[in-house]
Design a protein around this ligand. Sequence first.
Ligand SMILES: CC(C)(COP(=O)(O)OP(=O)(O)OC[C@H]1O[C@@H](n2cnc3c(N)ncnc32)[C@H](O)[C@@H]1OP(=O)(O)O)[C@@H](O)C(=O)NCCC(=O)NCCS
Length: 182
Amino acid sequence: MILEICSGIKIREIIESDKHAIVRYANNKKIYNNLRDAFPFPYTFEDAENWLTLLNENIPKRAFAIANNEELIGVIGIETCRDVNRLSGELGYWLGEPFWGKGIATHAVQNFIRYAFDYYNITKIFANVFSSNPASSRVLLKSGFKLEGCMRKQIVKNGQALDQFVYGLLKDEIPGLVFKSP
Ligand SMILES: CC(C)(COP(=O)(O)OP(=O)(O)OC[C@H]1O[C@@H](n2cnc3c(N)ncnc32)[C@H](O)[C@@H]1OP(=O)(O)O)[C@@H](O)C(=O)NCCC(=O)NCCS
């Protein structure tokens, strides 16, 4: 799978040789601070290897590389839910810090959700965002997601209790999206 998302940036399958770039960019406290503790810090080469092994066991694939022409610069993916929630999927993403502030995550989300609704056969995509992460909230709002709720003191990160926002997008809400050039 390859999605061209904006000039020189695409979403593609993750390959073994991406391990080096994953460690280079994922090993960053600022990224760890905004993700679940299952995402380690420090992020080692062994962590990348273990994660890739898990990823390759999952069919269909649930995570993809955000990449420029040289290397992986981030990751985007969906965890589909089970049982009565089975038509929903939780969106997750991170981008290497050198690439922040250029609209890349927004373009990645806007393009990936279109693909994901069909590929995973789901009708709703949601994302959980720590209240300490306004950049991610902006990415989702710019991508058409709606704020659905605030789970008060739902999480504990770095020893601090934080609210968690829930953003959601239904499949039939997609056509209204406005795509901006980078
Ligand atoms: C969140 C993240 C993916 C954003 O990537 P990005 O490519 O810089 O995002 P974009 O450039 O597309 O958009 C960021 C938006 O947030 C805004 N923003 C950034 N920092 C902000 C802040 N402190 N307060 C308010 N808005 C902020 C930017 O101005 C921009 O909005 P605008 O286009 O309206 O000006 C990236 O910072 C990241 O990987 N963070 C760590 C991991 C993470 O948070 N993952 C998501 C977990 S839910």
